[in-house]
Design a protein around this ligand. Structure first.
Ligand SMILES: [Fe+2]
Length: 229
């Protein structure tokens, strides 16, 4: 255990210039980095959107790498950024050639977001298939979806990432508490898009609100971040 120290990893962020709509310019990304730094966040996993019906794995990786190199060409004092993806779940996603290249780089962790329309039982089967092959499936901002859908999908072994801002919504309190008590929440993210100046202050406050549960989040996030390259 880490003793509830306060140094969370931002597990979900859209901070690479031009990699997706989260940041359309280097200027925006540097502003995001500056806000993270000012709030004490020095480890960020960049998770641009991957839409299987729009992108090929190779074109996505090419765009992500170019965006990362552009950001790193800036010799400012930046937080440490590691590379991942937020992959949109669709039927059969586990059979997408090269899907493993979309895991958080250097790990067996896959950040999956659910579609907002029609939940399908096949999504559970995809998760089950990943989990059985040793992949850690993390559901991005699980609190945004109907609870019954998330409860169904976690039966198949998925864990949960929540967006920090949701810790401040009264309507989410009950379900977040339930997930925390079952140790299902293993990561928090800012899910920052653009120069939302509230994103990192909310992130910091949310981490504090996790209280004793911050250990669970830190233990998982620290381990994953340390594996990443
Ligand atoms: Fe996101």
């Amino acid at each position: 255990m880490t003793g509830s120290r306060f140094a969370p990893v931002d597990f979900h962020a859209h901070i690479l210039p031009g990699a997706d709509h989260g940041s359309t310019s280097l200027e925006t990304s540097l502003c995001q980095m500056k806000m993270a730094r000012e709030n004490g966040i020095d480890r960020i996993i960049a998770t641009p959107h991957f839409y299987p019906t729009v992108h090929s794995v190779e074109s996505f990786l090419d765009r992500r790498n170019r965006a990362y190199e552009l950001l790193m060409s800036e010799h400012s004092d930046l937080p440490t950024v590691r590379l991942g993806a937020e992959v949109l779940l669709c039927n059969g996603i586990e059979r997408l050639p090269g899907i493993e290249k979309l895991f958080l780089r250097g790990t067996n962790v896959l950040l999956l977001e659910l579609p907002y329309s029609d939940f399908q039982i096949e999504y559970c089967y995809s998760v089950e298939s990943f989990v059985k092959s040793g992949v850690d499936v993390i559901l991005a901002h699980a609190e945004r979806y109907p609870t019954e859908n998330i409860e169904q999908i976690i039966e198949y072994g998925a864990k949960i990432q929540i967006n920090a801002v949701s810790m401040h919504y009264f309507s989410k309190r009950r379900i977040l508490r339930s997930w925390l008590e079952r140790n299902l929440i293993v990561a928090i993210g800012s899910d920052i898009h653009g120069t939302d100046r509230h994103a990192y202050p909310y992130f910091v406050k949310a981490a504090r609100k996790l209280g004793a549960h911050l250990d669970t989040v830190n233990d998982f996030s620290d381990k994953v971040f340390a594996q990443m390259n």
